[in-house]
Design a protein. Structure first.
Length: 131
């Protein structure tokens, strides 16, 4: 029967439900970097190689919000929404001092990881993946 739940997976505090017709009724995963000092980098491997990511420092500051479409297969990180003025994006592995000083740089790399590099003072960055 179309729309009947056939599988549910819980991960990262979120839930993904598939129906018999293949519709994903919810697909979001979230986390945070923990406290990041200036000139450091945090990386993680997303469950899916393609999707959308929203990143913020959680303080309600529009300057520190970024919405990206990401692809860790090719890699292609494409802007898919709002980019705050202290946020930037690129591709490739970040080292902690790769991006512009006084900015937060986000990268999708072909090693399958998303990188968040903080060059904008001490803060915690929060991320949410959508697929």
């Amino acid at each position: 029967t179309p729309g009947t739940e056939v599988a549910t997976k819980k991960a990262g505090g979120s839930e993904l439900t598939l129906s018999s017709d293949g519709v994903k009724t919810s697909a979001l995963f979230s986390g945070n970097t923990g406290a990041m000092t200036d000139d450091t980098v945090f990386s993680f491997t997303p469950q899916f190689s393609r999707g959308f990511i929203k990143i913020t420092n959680g303080a309600g500051q529009n300057a520190r919000i970024l919405d990206l479409a990401y692809d860790t297969d090719t890699p292609n990180a494409g802007l898919a929404g709002y980019q705050g003025n202290v946020m930037e994006f690129t591709t490739g592995v970040l080292t902690g001092t790769t991006g512009t000083d006084a900015k937060v740089t986000v990268s999708a790399a072909n090693d399958g990881k998303i990188y968040i590099e903080n060059r904008n003072g001490n803060q915690t960055m929060y991320w949410t993946l959508f697929r």
